[in-house]
Write a protein that binds this ligand. Structure first.
Ligand code: NCD
Length: 324
């Protein structure tokens, strides 16, 4: 918003008017404050006292990249709390971007119409660019290229927290496309803020997390890279499975070879799982978790994670607008 400020500004437990670009803006205290706000919104919903929480708030959802879930999750969160949305999918094909308008000009125009901009973009770093361009309203990053997806990481954390009552001393497996999966990047950074977490990273060698990210989070998080399902340790608390990110591949043949490198099968679950394990996935799933797993009580991706996505975004927006 204000161009003099350090960008992106740390949350430091004060959410009002803040941009949400990266999970790195958060610390443990801010995350816990957010979770309390989420619980408060849930209470209000239970008592049917939520209808006006975001009354008068108009948000524009600018999605330069396909999305069904994240876009509808934000839109439903806002509308259920009495706010309004303008939803703009594919501006590259349908807006003045076609005529050559710069991203920065588009941001300035859209911010004039709204109270907050929620942006998804194929370019890593686009959310930060939007923050630098915006003068009047906060920006929420709903996924920028293969960089970050902070609200997904927050809802993932909230899901883990609700199941285990803690975000430390966890043994976590992350599997799939760890190079291009932005949800993985944000979640790893988040987990490194909590003590004594141990993370196993299962991916094809060409889809390991970048060495930069490895260095960055390696000091806060015990990381172990593995290359075969046989190496998955028993006794994990969380399995976080992801899809291979087709849209990031220049050579589709390479994608085809890698897309089902690791499939979560019932057999694997029986062999390496345990009764306390939870299975998460940011969705969409495209074959990397067998559908037979869906009915297992450990599978949270089509249940808690979706519901928590709504609640988390409601809580976050209420804090940004100082309504809770
Ligand atoms: C994820 C994303 O867009 O990064 N989806 C989502 O927001 N729920 C994961 C993915 O697309 O694989």
């Amino acid at each position: 918003m204000n161009q003099q400020k350090f960008i992106p500004e740390k949350i430091n437990n004060k959410f009002k008017g803040k941009d949400i670009v990266s999970i790195e803006q958060f610390n443990v205290k801010s995350i816990m404050t957010l979770f309390k706000a989420v619980d408060k919104v849930k209470q209000k919903i239970k008592k049917k006292k939520h209808f006006n929480l975001l009354k008068g708030v108009l948000s524009i959802l600018l999605f330069y990249e396909p999305s069904s879930r994240t876009m509808s999750s934000f839109a439903s969160s806002i509308k259920r709390l009495g706010g309004q949305t303008v939803e703009y999918s594919n501006p590259m094909q349908t807006s003045s971007a076609v005529k050559g308008e710069t991203f920065s000009d588009s941001i300035n125009v859209f911010e004039t119409y709204s109270d907050i901009l929620i942006i998804r973009h194929p370019e890593s770093g686009a959310a930060l660019k939007a923050v630098q361009a915006a003068k009047k309203v906060p920006i929420i990053n709903a996924g920028d290229g293969y960089n970050e997806h902070p609200t997904q990481a927050l809802l993932d954390l909230y899901t883990i927290y609700k199941k285990f009552g803690r975000l430390n001393n966890l043994k976590i497996l992350m599997a799939g496309d760890l190079l291009y999966g932005r949800t993985v990047h944000s979640l790893l950074k988040a987990l490194s803020m909590f003590k004594n977490n141990e993370t196993y990273l299962l991916s094809p060698p060409s889809l390991k997390i970048s060495r930069e990210l490895y260095q960055e989070i390696g000091s806060g998080l015990r990381l172990k890279e593995i290359a075969s399902q046989d190496e998955i340790p028993t006794g994990c608390d969380v399995w976080y499975w992801t899809r291979v990110q087709k849209e990031r591949f220049k050579n589709i043949k390479i994608y085809e070879k890698l897309k089902l490198a690791f499939v979560l099968t019932k057999k694997l679950l029986d062999k390496k799982g345990n009764k306390n394990l939870i299975i998460m996935h940011p969705l969409p799933r495209v074959g990397e978790i067998e559908t037979v797993i869906d009915a297992d009580s450990s599978a949270l991706y089509l249940r808690d994670q979706i519901q928590n996505g709504l609640s988390l975004r409601m809580g976050l927006l209420c804090l940004i607008f100082d309504r809770i």
